[in-house]
Design a binder for this molecule. Sequence first.
Ligand code: FES
Length: 193
Amino acid sequence: MGKTSERISGDLISSESNVDGAKVPFDNSAVSRRDAMRILAVGVAAATVTGAAGCRVAPYEHLAIEQVANVKPWMPILFTFPGNLPAILLDVDESAGGVGPKQSIVAFSALCTHMGCTVQLNSSLDLRGKTKCLVCPCHTSAFDPVQLGAAIAGPATYGLPFIDLEIRGATIYATRIRQGQPVFGRPIGERRG
Ligand code: FES
C-alpha cells in the first residue's frame, strides 16, 4: 500500500498514516540518486517500447495508493512507484488529465529529471502567475502538475514522469509510469504555454 503525507521535502518524510494505517517514510538511503534515475529511465523506457518493438515487458504491479475520499486539493500524498522510487499524488482541483470526479487527481515521479533530486510542492511561488508547482531544491527546476508535470523553469529538459492512475471501488491505484514531456525549443525560463 502507499503512504500519505501532508508535505514533501528533500528528506521525504511522511507525516501521516497510509491506507493500512502504517507510517512509512521514504528510504532514500536504499537507492542512490544515480541508481534511482537509471532505474526510472529503464522502467519508463521499457513501458514506452512495449508493443511498439513487439517485445514483452512484465507489467508493473498495480499499487493501491490511497482512498479517494482522503485526497484533498493540493495536499500531497507520498508513495513509492515503481519499486521504492519516490512519487507524489496531488489533487490539483481542476481538470488535469487525471482521475476522480474532476479528473484532477494526478501523480508523478518525485525525481527531478535534471539530476534526480526530490521535488517538493511549493505553494508560494509566483512564476508568471503560477503559484503552485513541484519545485526541485537543487537547481530550482519547476514542474506544473496541472500540465502533466511539464517542466516550466530551470535546467530540466523533461517534465516529470507521469503515473497512470485508476480508481477501483474507493481506492486509487498506480498502474504504470510514462516518460515526461520534453521541452525542446523552449528557452529556459519561458517554458509555459
Ligand atoms: S536536480 Fe533538479 S534542478 Fe537540478
